[in-house]
Ligand binder design. Structure first.
Ligand SMILES: [Zn+2]
Length: 311
């Protein structure tokens, strides 16, 4: 398996869009979506202004259809650890060390080029729960035109709870970076949503001509239909952390952004029932058996709160 899935540079100058697909090896919908996009760009002879490249995340985990082998590759992007792995090529212990090292080198090499004024990194994910369509981005970039054009719920403040994500690492290094969650793992809908979103990104970045591309109109409607009943921007304020030995099981039936009341039974583990510590919207229920994230509570940002935040 090649680290670079595909790569097209247009004849004219323009932004660099880096798609990262499969940083979680079982979330392959982003890979399928990217393949479709590149195929259509070639088939329909779409003229790109700028460069679109798709890089595969965790090759070894993709090959075994697992989220990760030794550790979660999307929790390892901490400055010290990235530097350590870069220096100690021969002594790398875990499967993910090699992935981290290669991915870091590949992306840094792309970013070092001064050909592109605008550089955008889109980290494609899928989830194990319904209503899994959303954007994760630090608050400072939450109103970026590309993010707004996706018409999906935007989740801010996740970096307070999730350390070492790829998006935060590159955001810190000056690249517009966000996670784009396309929906249910393995579903056709998630592939289509990712595909539609990528067309939107190319259109909003000015890399394709809107008039030349019926795909954009078609998909805009689809995106709006999906996100109509969802909040437009939410802020994370609580995470229930899970250890593997906790035997954590989420109560079935929850979907993302569903309202929960303080004291509501949400999950169980070997220590007993787990109740909602506050009223809010539940986010990313863990209906999967690996990872430490448990569940989050988020709150919808209303106008007054937004004003306060920006003061
Ligand atoms: Zn993921």
């Amino acid at each position: 398996m090649n680290r670079i899935l595909d790569d097209i540079s247009g004849e004219k100058e323009g932004p660099l869009v880096i798609l990262v697909a499969g940083i979680h090896g079982n979330e392959t919908v982003g890979i399928e979506a990217a393949k479709d996009i590149f195929r259509k760009i070639r088939e329909k002879e779409v003229h790109l202004d700028g460069r679109l490249i798709c890089i595969l995340g965790n090759l070894q985990a993709i090959a075994s259809n697992k989220r990760f082998l030794a550790y979660d590759l999307n929790r390892a992007w901490k400055e010290d650890y990235v530097n350590l792995v870069a220096e100690k090529a021969d002594q790398l212990v875990h499967a993910e060390d090699r992935e981290l090292r290669e991915l870091h080198l590949t992306i840094d090499e792309l970013l070092a080029s001064d050909e592109h004024e605008e550089k955008i990194l889109v980290d494609l994910h899928a989830t194990s729960s319904d209503k899994g369509n959303f954007i994760i981005i630090p608050e400072a970039e939450a109103d970026h035109p590309i993010v707004k054009a996706l018409h999906l719920p935007v989740v801010i403040d996740m970096e307070k709870y999730l350390e070492g994500t790829l998006l935060n690492y590159y955001q810190y290094h000056g690249v517009i970076s966000f996670a784009f969650e396309g929906g249910l793992i393995g579903s056709r809908e998630a592939i289509e949503l990712h595909e539609s979103g990528i067309w939107e990104i190319l259109d909003t970045a000015g890399m394709i001509s809107h008039h030349d591309h019926e795909e954009v109109d078609h998909y805009e409607k689809k995106l709006r239909a999906i996100s109509d009943s969802l909040p437009s921007k939410v802020k994370a304020f609580y995470r229930h952390w899970v250890e593997r030995e906790d035997e954590f099981v989420m109560k079935p039936g929850y979907i993302n952004f569903q309202k929960v009341e303080k004291g509501e039974l949400l999950a169980r583990d070997k220590y007993g029932p787990i109740f909602a510590p506050a009223t809010g919207l539940i986010f990313m229920p863990l209906y999967q058996d690996s990872g430490n994230d448990g569940f989050f509570l988020v709150q919808e940002l209303v106008r007054e709160e937004l004003v306060n935040l920006y003061q």
